[in-house]
Structures are given as C-alpha cells and as structure tokens.
Ligand binder design. Structure first.
Ligand SMILES: Cc1cc2nc3c(=O)[nH]c(=O)nc-3n(C[C@H](O)[C@H](O)[C@H](O)COP(=O)(O)O)c2cc1C
Length: 190
C-alpha cells in the first residue's frame, strides 16, 4: 500500500545536540511512513546517541566518517548526496548551521550538504543564548535566503536549565513538515 513517503529517500543528518536522541523517533516515524531513511551522524552526535539505535530503526547502515567506503565506486558522500530526495537536519547544531552557511566541509555531513541538489530542511536545537546570538541569527538568515526550510525551534525549559527558545521543534511538527513538503510542496527545489 502506498504511504505518504513511499520511495522517498530522506538523508537524515543528526548533529551533536542534546536533542539527538529525538532523531530516533523522527527516523522511526519517517520509516513507518514509507521513507527510506539514510542516517548521517556527526562525530559529536555519536557521543550522544549510539549509531546502532539509528541503524536499527532506519534498517540501513549509519554513515559517520568521510573516509568510509561507499557502496559503489563513488565516494560515499557523493552517493548519498545524489540519491537524496530531501536532506533533513534534525537536530541542527549552531556549529552545523555556521558550517552550512559558510560552505565549510570538515566532515561527511557538510560534504553531503555541499554536494546535494536535494532540498534542505533544518530543525535547529540549542541553548537560547546560542540561538539568539547575532552570528547564529545571521547564519539562519543566510540559509533561509538560500531557500532552505527552517523548522522553528520551540520555547520551553531547555536542557541547559534555562527557559527560552531553542528546543528542537516537536517530533510531530518535524514529521508533518516532511510529509507536507512531499505532498503539498514537492515542486520546491534546493
Ligand atoms: C552534552 C552536550 C550537549 C550539547 N547540546 C548542543 C545543542 O543542543 N545545540 C548545539 O548547537 N550544540 C550543542 N552542544 C555543542 C556541540 O556538540 C558542539 O558545538 C559540536 O562541535 C557540534 O558538532 P557537530 O555540529 O559537528 O555535530 C552540546 C555539547 C554537549 C557536550
């Protein structure tokens, strides 16, 4: 039976936020909706959630290193970049937003970002002061001007102990944004 995300390949980038554990739920829900989820984790993210969790939920190997062998003759980052229908970064750290905004490519995920023609969706998560910092705000503006979708962070009690804006958007909102993207808005390009 066709599901909303049947045959869609979603590269889910998971970065080193305390909210990285919520990527497990995002991965699970997108998979249940029929998506092929290919998880790419940063080194920092692997310190916060084990790759095995995301490998099991996505039913695919998790990519972390730029230097792992790909499936075919192409470097792994080019394969993933080429096959993605959507690059979803959830959670997105302040660091990754900065690297994306400035075109830096120190790791696998940033290389995929630069190499993919797929549309990009970003779900930031961080301490409220990091989010409010002019550098982060400028990076977010740059990324939105580039056409990327921003899934706004929520307000509430943050893991760092402060109240404010910076929590990862609810998992349901992230999954809904992806489904809406493919069902209502699939003409969107990068
Ligand atoms: C326990 C812990 C939680 C963290 N949570 C966040 C976070 O929610 N958002 C964020 O931007 N950085 C957070 N950081 C800092 C990032 O992990 C750090 O900037 C790192 O360099 C990010 O690497 P990445 O962007 O390659 O994943 C956290 C660090 C630690 C030790």
């Amino acid at each position: 039976m066709a599901t909303p995300l049947s045959d869609k390949i979603i590269v889910l980038g998971v970065t080193g936020s305390i909210a990285a554990y919520k990527a497990a739920d995002i991965c699970s829900q997108l998979t249940k909706l029929g998506a092929q989820v290919r998880v790419v984790m940063t080194e920092s993210a692997t310190r916060l959630i084990p790759p095995l969790t995301l490998q099991t939920l996505s039913r695919h190997p998790v990519a972390v290193s730029l230097w792992d062998e790909g499936k075919g003759w192409q470097p792994g980052h080019i394969e993933l970049a080429d096959e993605a229908d959507l690059l979803l970064i959830a959670p997105a750290t302040a660091n990754k937003l900065a690297q994306f905004a400035h075109g830096l490519a120190p790791d696998l995920l940033t290389n995929i970002y630069l190499a993919t023609p797929a549309p990009v969706m970003l779900a930031p998560a961080m301490n409220g002061k990091m989010l409010a910092h002019p550098a982060t705000q400028a990076n977010l503006q740059t990324l939105q001007q580039r056409g990327h979708r921003l899934i706004e962070p929520a307000e509430g009690l943050l893991a760092c102990g402060y109240e404010g804006k910076g929590k990862l958007a609810p998992v349901e909102a992230i999954v809904r944004a992806v489904v809406d993207f493919f069902t209502l808005d699939s003409t969107q390009t990068r």
